[in-house]
Write a protein that binds this ligand. Structure first.
Ligand SMILES: NC(=O)c1ccc[n+]([C@@H]2O[C@H](COP(=O)([O-])OP(=O)(O)OC[C@H]3O[C@@H](n4cnc5c(N)ncnc54)[C@H](OP(=O)(O)O)[C@@H]3O)[C@@H](O)[C@H]2O)c1
Ligand SMILES: *[C@@H]1O[C@H](CO)[C@@H](O)[C@H](O)[C@H]1NC(C)=O
Ligand SMILES: *[C@@H]1O[C@H](CO)[C@@H](O)[C@H](O)[C@H]1NC(C)=O
Length: 291
């Protein structure tokens, strides 16, 4: 009996410590000279992730569609301390281009340690599904298939370096949220593919880590423009978000929930009380502003 109580108490203490004191930290030495590809790095969270990796001395490869933006981000990366910076302009709506981006990163950097898959686009406006197949196809291509293509092309290099794959998911990759059918579908698909791939790496003793970042609402320019007047949630900081993503990647953690308390409870209760969960989440939408 006493032993049982003791176990219970240590469990409670352990859990409290686990949740409240995140003591593991990363040092620049863990990343200096590592080779990193960040997709969708012309703005938003991807841009901030590139800065965080630069601050700790990584070699950085940037990619997105806008050359001028990438040039500016590249300049800043160098100022912040990146060991080197390259960029390649590319549209992820084309899988041949996605393949080219991964190959270019491996060639220019001389290998790859971190594949950070972050870009997002092409899923249409935030609103009711009205049967538009064009948006379905473009979301699946840009937000899902191109991720798999990049992974496929980079796989050998990542196995060789015992590297890491980082996937940007969302609460919409765990719970069906309204007005984002095409985006939700792509994120759920990513979660399926990469959780399966993680098991395969483990079973085949391949030392490649897979980190899935499950994000809430983050204050990037594009996100705020798209949903700012349509949901009543408060956006979290993209700088903090990027810092947590890089930390989780470097520590080879399987998952990150950011902001933790904004997401984890919903994910936990999803299967226990789905109707209640749906009703609570519905309250965050400003239906008058949604078409
Ligand atoms: N912000 C949030 O509230 C939030 C919440 C949950 C999850 N997330 C996830 O976090 C990640 C980053 O989000 P974010 O808000 O930082 O996005 P963002 O600010 O809209 O940035 C998207 C990036 O992807 C690039 N991109 C868009 N379409 C592209 C295409 N067809 N080909 C190549 N690149 C393309 C954009 O650059 P160009 O326009 O120059 O191509 C940009 O660099 C995404 O995976 C997103 O799903 C974000
Ligand atoms: C995709 O990109 C390749 C080369 O990057 C190009 O040759 C091809 O025409 C593109 N395909 C489409 C459908 O735009
Ligand atoms: C896996 O790779 C990481 C990073 O390269 C390394 O620190 C770790 O020791 C490796 N683990 C095994 C079991 O080889």
């Amino acid at each position: 009996m006493a032993v049982g109580k003791l176990l219970l108490i240590s469990l409670a203490v352990g859990l409290t410590a686990y949740f409240f004191y995140d003591t593991e930290t990363i040092t620049p030495g863990m990343v200096r000279g590592k080779k990193v590809l960040v997709t969708g790095s012309s703005t938003g969270i991807g841009e901030q992730i590139a800065y965080k990796f630069s601050e700790i001395g990584a070699h950085v490869m940037l990619t997105a569609r806008r050359a001028e933006r990438l040039q500016e981000v590249a300049k800043r990366c160098l100022q912040l301390g990146a060991s080197s910076v390259h960029y390649v302009v590319s549209d992820m709506g084309n899988l041949t281009s996605a393949q080219h981006v991964a190959q270019e990163a491996i060639d220019k950097l001389g290998g790859l340690d971190y594949l950070v898959l972050n870009h997002v686009g092409g899923s249409g406006s935030f609103g009711y599904f009205q049967g538009d197949m064009k948006d379905v196809l473009s979301s699946i291509t840009v937000n899902y298939l191109s991720y798999i293509q990049l992974t496929s092309t980079a796989l050998k290099a990542l196995e060789k370096s015992q590297g890491s794959i980082v996937i940007m998911s969302s609460m919409s990759g765990r719970i069906g949220a309204p007005f984002t059918t095409n985006y939700c579908a792509a994120k759920f698909a990513l979660e399926g593919f990469y959780s399966s791939l993680r098991r395969e790496f483990s079973l085949s003793k391949k030392n490649v880590s897979v980190t899935v970042a499950v994000l809430g609402y983050i204050d990037t320019e594009n996100a705020v423009k798209k949903v700012g007047d349509k949901i009543t949630m408060t956006a979290s900081s993209k700088e903090d978000c990027a810092e947590e993503v890089v930390k989780s990647a470097v520590l080879r953690r399987p998952e990150l929930f950011y902001p933790y308390w904004g997401i984890k409870p919903f994910v936990l209760f999803r299967d226990l009380a789905p109707t209640l969960m749906g009703n609570i989440l519905d309250k965050f939408y400003v239906l008058e502003n949604i078409q």
